[in-house]
Ligand binder design. Structure first.
Ligand code: GAL
Length: 761
């Protein structure tokens, strides 16, 4: 009898019937304790888990408690070990794939045993269900296991015409299931299922990551583990929604900053086809906060690193292991490099198929540290750090743009930006004047509000001191085409680290706010990243070999016709004042009209990623942009001055949800004027009510300054929007009405169906 814990925050100790069984300090890892010696069979047992969450244990909000799944696993005395199956696919071609399987079986009895192990392989459909007959099998092999020992049996199978795993839209994330059966004396004693994918990943120093022969530019984001208003407790649907929103922006890769994620998140990245960097530590021996992992690093780094590698190595989405983020040991010369070497050695032992890295914001190309890693991951150094004149002569770390130096020192290694930008903004908030530069460090009254207002301008040109705007990062990448791509800091706003206004609750760096609403920056990335889904679907149909040919002839382009205008156009009192208008578009040329009067036609120049009309003088009415691409009409967009708030509108992301107590509906509220136009700067106070078998879990609006408790049914709209998160009462079915009211405004209602089925997730 085992207790399997997917994550307990933190310093967990497990007690059964008053006796200490074991525990695990690091709150992000998965681990198991053996309860068997302490169980009183046939009696009532008391299991207790003690947790201790010290303050200052992280640079962000870590959460606390049993925030991931906990399972009681009962097995026969002879059974497959914890994470006891390892699948690799050493040879992959269009015709056939070789699948290697290692199965480790534990014998907890006091006598030697003989077991027979066999495995069948099945294709999985898009919902993760096995399809049809087995596509391959490894026939039963017998082996002996000594008393109290374990044995690992390795074997291989061939899968003909494999359906490969790869990132959409040009590839599909096809998955397989290995079903392993263990028999003892002819009787089945264990059966385990291992999901895996068949894919070939190559690391090419001149181009970057090659998946199944196709060059995939890493259009990635960093993600923290919390889920906004829901806190750190994992929820599958909330995580899936985050991935859906990121996909809509064009993201194809995720870095798990800076700790092992909930294992269900990797099931989702497998199913949806994201490329993942799985990262284990934010600190080694040197601390970043007084009570962080450095306290236990000497005793626990090996167990923690091996746990992550063993748990996650069958996930096809994981392409790279990171053993650390910006650790203090980068500065340490040979001593720090030696720790890196030791960690990389552990990676090699557990998984010889994937490279290892550590992210560096300080180590230079000629230092011992970077030489230890297979892949060069730079944080912010690619663009250069604090190169602006205001930092000249200061004590603060200044670094010139570093891609060329690392390329020269490591011509055989892939290089990319594992953290880029750290640019900041508050959704839908525009402050004046607007910097004429492409990128500027945020300051009070220059991009920032002030410490009373705690706002950062959403013109999306401002960054932390060591960071850069998106535009500057794009220019750097385009100037260094050997760089494999970037992971933006960061995807969704997260709890904690509210740079630059530290009394706020949540970060300003997300491309998407804490509630899941896109900031203006979202569209700047979408314009560059979002590929053409139709071409992608075609590539999938014509399969592997054709994809290779195809990707040589055609490099994916952002083909989604889109244009986004900022700011909003409700500026009573700004009449006659300069109010710059910027357009983010996948087109290359545009003409802007204000109330029908042309403000000029502009074309993106080299290394320019937005179109800006910085001299527009405000008058209420309509902004209209017409966009061209390659000289052809491409798309258009409009923004109008709206009237006063008149009514509310609600929209659910899913109107049918399951009643398992976990499934969620995310409902977006907008404030509209009498003509039904969304008011992008409305801040009405809203109250959510629920009728029927559901509960309101939380509300939010994405405003980093809003300290209203998340479960509150009352929430002020922020920049015109608010969010309600609703869950069915477990086991109950029926119709739910979610109503939003605000004084003086027409209320809004949305109906949900809750029941056993929901929609497939
Ligand atoms: C990086 C760090 C991240 C986050 C970010 C904020 O240096 O690795 O965890 O703190 O800065 O800008």
């Amino acid at each position: 009898m085992y207790l399997d814990i997917d994550g307990a925050m933190s310093y967990a100790t497990v007690w059964l019937n008053g006796r200490l069984v074991g525990g695990w300090p690091y709150g992000y890892n998965s681990w198991r304790v053996d309860l068997t010696p302490y169980v009183e069979f046939g009696a009532r047992n008391q299991l207790a888990i003690r947790l201790d969450n010290p303050p200052e244990s992280a640079r962000w909000y870590p959460g606390g408690g049993l925030y991931r799944d906990v399972r009681l696993t009962t097995t026969a005395p002879v059974h497959v070990a914890q994470w006891g199956t390892t699948v690799t696919t050493p040879e992959v071609s269009e015709r056939s794939a070789t699948v290697h399987l290692a199965v480790e079986v534990d014998n907890t009895t006091g006598a030697p045993v003989q077991v027979q192990v066999e495995t069948e392989f099945f294709e999985l459909d898009a919902q993760g269900r096995p399809q049809g007959e087995a596509v391959a099998r490894i026939p039963a092999v017998g082996f002996d296991i000594v008393a109290g020992g374990s044995t690992k049996a390795t074997s291989r199978a061939q899968i003909a015409s494999p359906r490969l795993w790869g990132p959409p839209p040009t590839q599909q994330p096809n998955l397989y299931l290995a079903v392993t059966t263990v028999r003892r004396g002819g009787r089945v004693v264990d059966r385990v299922e291992t999901r895996f994918g068949i894919r070939d990943v190559q690391w090419d120093p001149d181009r970057g990551v090659i998946v199944n022969g196709e060059h995939i530019v890493l259009n990635g984001v960093n993600q923290h583990h919390d889920l906004g208003a829901l806190g750190a407790a994992f929820n599958r649907r909330a995580a899936q929604r985050q991935l859906e929103i990121l996909r809509d922006m064009g993201v194809n890769a995720i870095r798990m900053a800076h700790n092992p994620p909930d294992p269900q998140l990797l099931e989702l990245t497998d199913r949806m086809g994201f490329l993942v960097i799985d990262e284990v530590f934010d600190s080694w021996e040197k601390k970043k906060t007084p009570l962080d992992f450095h306290l236990v690093f000497p005793e626990w780094h090996e167990a923690d690193l091996r746990a992550m590698l063993r748990r996650d190595r069958n996930h096809p989405s994981v392409i790279l292991w990171s053993v650390g983020n910006e650790v203090g040991e980068q500065y340490d010369g040979e001593e720090g490099a030696a720790i890196g070497r030791r960690l990389v050695q552990i990676v090699r032992e557990e998984d010889p198929t994937r490279p290892a890295t550590a992210s560096m914001n300080w180590a230079k190309a000629d230092m011992p540290f970077p030489a230890e890693f297979d892949v060069i991951n730079l944080n912010y150094q690619g663009e250069g750090i604090r190169q602006e004149p205001e930092f000249e002569g200061t004590e603060r770390i200044r670094t010139p743009p570093s891609y060329p130096a690392f390329r020269a020192a490591f011509p055989d290694k892939v290089i990319f930006g594992s953290e880029t930008a750290s640019s900041l903004s508050t959704r839908g908030t525009y402050l004046f004047p607007v910097t004429p530069l492409q990128s500027a460090p945020v300051r009070d009254h220059n991009g920032g509000g002030d410490s009373a207002r705690q706002l950062v301008s959403a013109y999306e040109l401002y960054a932390v001191d060591f960071g850069s705007s998106a535009d500057k990062v794009f220019a750097t990448l385009d100037r260094h085409p050997y760089v494999a791509g970037e992971f933006v800091w960061n995807g969704f706003d997260y709890l904690g680290e509210p740079t630059p206004y530290y009394s706020a609750r949540s970060s300003y760096s997300g491309l998407i706010d804490l509630a899941g609403f896109p900031k203006d920056r979202f569209y700047l990335y979408q314009a560059r990243w979002r590929p053409d889904l139709i071409v992608g679907a075609f590539a999938e149909r014509i399969k592997f070999k054709a994809v290779l040919l195809f990707s040589v002839l055609w490099s994916p382009r952002p083909d989604l016709p889109m244009a986004h205008i900022l700011p909003h156009w409700n500026w009573p009192g700004r009449e006659g004042e300069v109010t710059p208008v910027h357009v983010f578009t996948s087109g290359d040329e545009a003409e802007l009209f204000l109330n029908g009067v042309s403000q000029g036609r502009k074309k993106k120049g080299p290394y320019q990623y937005r179109l800006r009309w910085d001299e527009v003088v405000y008058e209420p009415g309509e902004l209209h942009v017409r966009v061209w691409r390659g000289g052809r009409e491409w798309t258009e967009a409009r923004v109008q001055t709206t009237g006063a708030p008149a009514r509310l509108a609600l929209e659910a992301d899913r109107t049918a949800i399951g009643n398992d107590g976990r499934d969620l509906s995310f409902i977006t509220l907008r404030v509209l004027d009498a003509q039904g136009r969304a008011i992008r700067n409305a801040d009405s106070l809203v109250r959510f009510e629920i009728e029927g078998p559901a509960t309101l879990v939380a509300t939010d609006n994405g405003d980093p300054r809003d300290l209203t408790a998340f479960p509150s049914p009352e929430r002020r709209a922020f920049s015109g929007m608010a969010l309600a998160i609703v869950r069915a009462v477990p086991g109950q079915s029926g119709t739910v009405r979610v109503v939003a009211r605000s004084e003086g405004l027409e209320p809004a209602t949305v109906e949900l169906r809750v029941g056993d089925d929901g929609e497939p997730r």
